[in-house]
Design a protein around this ligand. Structure first.
Ligand code: GLU
Length: 432
């Protein structure tokens, strides 16, 4: 089983979506089920109901899954496992107050040394533990040996016991930490491959230490995905609009194009434009670069444009708010200048919107409008243009500039001939 384990704490970031896509593709390739585990045990940061949005986004991108879990429903297992570790003396109760720990952390900072838990509560006599009325956390005893993480993308990284440290498994409120909940749940779900962000690479030895302490010996495979940076080489953060999946969708990027780009970014792919289904045939975690992936919105735009070009005209028409094939064809004409649905909606909208001509050719514009309103139907542009020329006496620029504005609502754009072919059945509406 593979898993995608988002925290319902904010907008879905494209980094999360990339993790979800890679997990989905790998699960299909390995013919294993995919679990969506909503990691909601951080009570302060979790937003109730946020999981609904996560599931909607996954569905929109075609990320199918077989199992669902809300991590908070597993807290009884986390508590049971913590108890077992205490009984086995692999974990201990820690009564150090947050204030004391903070002071020790500050001191370490001042003396420029890495903070390590100093073992104060590790060997407390049993009666001091049992009779202690104070709140306590539960810590795992730091491992006695270094832990090596073998990662499909990053290779091997070895972590010394001091770097893993005696870390907290259960908070004083009896809720698990991320590392403990995650390690227990991965074990209970029999996860075979964990694909997640590089940010979690330093958590992995801790989770392996938990598995070892619980006597779980299954070798889990890992793939930690390099961070995503913006064009200034800074980690793509919430400050960058493009980091939000919702923002990209609202801007009019197709889910197919976003998925295409996220699979291609920092990766070697056999072609530039592909579908998720096609990617399943050749995707290989091993071809992903170790270096940070650069998010380039212009590249995403060009990929989006290709996916828009490939859409069935009727479908594209619906995306821009109509239902006719011809409007889909019309929208495609604007793909020379536009690359998102939002831009296409603007362009197609301008064709049907009331138009205002500049003073410079207001008179010619009015003449052409009146003539078109009364004109019979012409099947081809040349006949329509001929009719206008004959009845207005206009020609050249004096004809074409106002005519372009009349037919498209813009001063530049596709060939009038192509435009006419797709709007000729709506002409009276266009020039109303
Ligand atoms: N809830 C964690 C996150 O969203 C999950 C990390 C993991 O996959 O283990 O970053």
């Amino acid at each position: 089983m593979l898993r995608f384990a988002p925290s319902p704490t904010g907008e879905m970031h494209i980094g999360n979506l990339r993790v979800a896509l890679f997990n989905y593709i790998s699960a299909v390739q390995r013919e294993e089920p995919l679990l969506i585990r909503i990691e909601d045990t951080d009570k302060e940061r979790s937003i109730p109901g946020k999981e609904k949005e996560i599931y909607e986004i996954l569905a929109l991108f075609g990320i199918e899954h077989q199992e669902e879990q809300l991590q908070s429903n597993n807290v009884r297992f986390h508590r049971a496992m913590a108890l077992q570790l205490l009984q086995d003396k692999k974990a201990f109760n820690c009564f150090c107050t947050p204030e004391t720990l903070e002071t020790k952390r500050e001191n370490a900072k001042e003396s420029n040394t890495a903070y390590r838990y100093d073992g104060t509560c590790e060997n407390l006599p049993a009666e001091l533990v049992i009779d202690n009325p104070n709140p306590f956390t539960i810590r795992l005893k730091k491992p006695s040996h270094p832990i090596t993480v073998t990662d499909i993308i990053k290779g091997e990284s070895t972590f010394a016991p001091d770097d893993i440290d005696s870390f907290i498994l259960m908070h004083a409120d009896k809720y698990p930490t991320y590392n403990f909940a995650c390690a227990v749940d991965d074990m209970l779900a029999d996860i075979s491959l964990i694909i997640r962000d590089e940010d979690h690479l330093s958590d992995t030895p801790k989770q392996i230490a938990i598995h070892e302490a619980l006597g779980y010996t299954k070798k889990i495979e890992y793939a930690h995905l390099p961070i995503i940076v913006n064009n200034e080489d800074k980690k793509l953060s919430e400050g960058d609009d493009a980091s939000s999946v919702k923002w990209l969708l609202a801007e009019g990027f197709l889910p197919e194009a976003i998925a295409n780009y996220l699979i291609m970014m920092g990766n070697k792919t056999p072609s530039e434009i592909f579908t998720l289904k096609e990617a399943i045939k050749w995707f290989d975690l091993k071809t992903i670069s170790k270096a940070p992936a650069r998010f380039d919105i212009d590249k995403l735009k060009s990929i989006n444009r290709e996916h828009l070009r490939g859409l069935d005209p009727k479908e594209l028409s619906r995306y821009v708010g109509f239902a006719d094939e011809e409007i889909g064809q019309l929208a495609k004409l604007f793909l020379e200048e536009a690359s998102t649905l939002k831009e296409l909606r603007q362009k197609v909208g301008a064709v049907f919107a009331p138009k205002v001509a500049p003073n410079e050719y207001q008179a010619q514009f009015d003449t052409l409008r009146k003539l078109t309103q009364k004109a019979p139907h012409f099947d081809d542009y040349e006949s329509y243009k001929g009719y206008l020329m004959e009845h207005s006496g206009l020609e050249g620029k004096n004809l074409l500039n106002p005519l372009r504005l009349l037919l498209s609502g813009a001063e530049h754009g596709p060939e009038l001939n192509d435009l006419y072919q797709n709007i000729k059945n709506y002409l009276k509406e266009v020039v109303k």
